[in-house]
Design a protein. Structure first.
Length: 108
């Protein structure tokens, strides 16, 4: 039994961001985006999640570095789902997604 590769190797090595674009194209994160009719325009939750995954894949040291990279590379920002050329995404927006709620168990 022969399994065909998911991605063409020539496409992956053609452009530096192409492999990330291919990686994120197979992941459906649309469930994380809720449409609000009122209030300020929210930052896409799916885009934030993609950016955090990208941070780990690329081994970016800090959330500040991630925010700067997204601001300096509009192609990357667009690929991850952000509006390119917008002001830098605050580090707090990323860190709020990294907080895991603590569950306390009562002992009987």
């Amino acid at each position: 039994m022969y399994q065909h590769p998911l991605f063409d190797l020539e496409e992956i090595f053609d452009k530096p961001l192409r492999r990330y674009e291919l990686f994120f194209s197979v992941i459906d994160l649309s469930i994380f985006d809720k449409v609000k009719s009122m209030g300020r325009r929210p930052i896409s939750r799916a885009a934030i999640l993609r950016a955090l995954i990208f941070k780990n894949l690329k081994t970016i040291a800090s959330l500040s570095d991630l925010s700067a990279e997204l601001y300096e590379r509009p192609t990357l920002a667009s690929m991850l789902g952000f509006v390119p050329g917008d002001k830098p995404i605050p580090v707090e927006r990323f860190s709020s997604y990294l907080k895991i709620p603590v569950i306390h168990f009562s002992r009987r």
